[in-house]
Design a protein around this ligand. Sequence first.
Ligand code: GAP
Length: 516
Amino acid sequence: MFKKIVAHTKEYGFIFPSSEIYDGLAATYDYGPNGVLLKNNIREYWWKSMVQMHENIVGIDAAIFMHPKTWKASGHVDAFNDPLIDNKDSKKRYRADVLVEDYIAKIEGKIQKEVKKGIKRFGDQFDIDKFLKESPRVLKYKEQIADLRERLGQLMTDQNWEGLRQFILELDIADPVSGSRNWTEVRQFNLMFSTQLGNIAGEDGKLYLRPETAQGIFVNFLNVLKSTRQKLPFGIAQTGKAFRNEIVARQFIFRMREFEQMEMQYFVKPGEEMKWFEYWKATRLEWHKALGTPEHKLRYHDHDNLAHYANAAVDIEFEFPFGFKELEGIHSRTDYDLKQHQSLSGKKLQYFDQETKENYTPYVVETSIGLDRMFLSVLTNAYTEEIVPNADGKDSERLVMKIPAALAPVKCAVLPLLKNKPELTTKAKALFDDLKLVTQCQYDEKDAIGRRYRRQDAIGTPFCITIDFDTLEDNTATIRDRDTLEQVRLPLEELSTYIQRKTAMSGLLKSIQEDK
Ligand code: GAP
C-alpha cells in the first residue's frame, strides 16, 4: 500500500524526488503543483488554529541563520547527537539505537503474525483484544519488548555508548546488508548542518542551518513581549524550514534532511506548566481529530526518558503504513531555554508579573509538528481504492483521495459536457473565470466526462461542476460530490457560495472550537 501511495503522489504532482534528472538526492523531496497547494492548506489550518483562534498567540518568521551562540545555549552543539556505528565489512553506517529499534520491531512483527494466524484459523470468532491480553506467547514477546526498550532507554539517557555496542553484540544483531557482525565502536555524530560566512575565516565564521524553529522564538521572547504587551500565559508561533543531517533518512517524507516544522512556544507562570501541558496535549489531539482522522489511528506516547530540559513530554503518534510513529511532540521545557540564552547573551530574559510585582523566567510548553509528516498522514488517510457504480450502472474501481475539503489542493473543477460545443465551453469558461476569483478551481474539457471525474478524484477535488445542455436552458449546473457521488443541480449564481461554504477553512476551525 505504501509503495502505491508514493507512486501516486509522483504521478499526480504531489511529491517528486529532488533533482530527479540527476538520479535524486537521498531524503530530499520537492512538492509538485498539487503538493504545494495541499501543504499550504495544512500550514494555514495550523496557523489559523493557533494565531487567529487565540488572542494570546502571535506569530513570527525568524531567519534560518542565527547567531552561533544560539546553538551553544540551546545545547545543540554539545548534545544534538546521534550514536553511530559502522560495519567494518560492508562499510555501511547505522544509527546504533535504530539497529536495536529494528530488532524490537521484528519482535512486534511476530505478535502481528500470531494475530494473523488466529484470524485465519478462527475468522470472525477470533477476539483480537483478548488474544493480545492473554496469549502466553504474546505476553512473552511483550515482556521481552518492554525489557529491551527499558535497557535501550537507559543506555541512551546515560549516553553509555560502549554499553550500547555491547547490547548490539549481545542481541547478535547483524548488518542488514552484509549479514556481518563485525561492528566498530559507537561514536557521536552531531546532526547540525554547518556552513561558512564568506567574510570570516575559520571557526568564527561557522554558521548552522537551524535544526529546529523553536530557538528563533526563544531569542525573540523579549522583542515580542515588548512589542505586543502580552501577559502570561501567551504563545509565539512559527512555521519554517529546519535541517538535520539524519543518518537514517527513510520512509519517504517521514524523515528528511530538510523539512518544515510548525512550532508554538507557550510561556506560562512557573508552577502552571502541567495544567497547560495537559491543555495543549488535549487541544492538539482535537486538531487532528477534526480532520476526520480515525481515532484508532492516533495515540499518545509518553516519553519514558525525558530530555535534560523537560519535565514532561508526550508524542502524538499516527499509524503510518509502516506502523505507529511520532507525528507531533508536546513538551514541557521548563525555563531551560530562556535561562540558557540569558546566561550566554547576558540579557535579562524575564517577565514582570504585574499582580505579584515579581520578575521571573517563564516556563514553556511547546507543541511541535513536522509539516511534511502531517502531509504524509493526510495523504495516507485520504488514499482510497473502492468500487463504485458507473453512469451505465456497471461497477468499476476508482482511486480517490478523500482529502478533507478544506485542505484539498483544488476545491472544484468546471467541466463542459462536450469539448466541441462552443455554447457549452463558453458558458463553462465564464463560470470558471468567476470561481477562480474566490477559490482554487480547474477547468477541464479533455476526454470523456467519466475520465475527467476520475482525474479529479485522484487529486482529491471535492466538487465537479458539469455544464450541460440543460444549463443553456435553465442556467443550472450539476455538482458531483467526490465522496458520496451524489449529484445536485443548482443555479449558476449560487455555485460560488456553495463551494466556498462546503470547502471553507472556517468549517474546520469551527469544529475545533465546538469540541472545546
Ligand atoms: N522543538 C522541538 C523539536 O524539534 P523534535 O521531536 O525533534 O522536537 C518535532 O521535532 C517534530 O518535527 C517531530 O514530531 C516531527 O514531526 C518533525 N521532524 C523531526 N525531525 C524530522 C525529520 N528529519 N524529517 C521530517 N520531520 C521531522
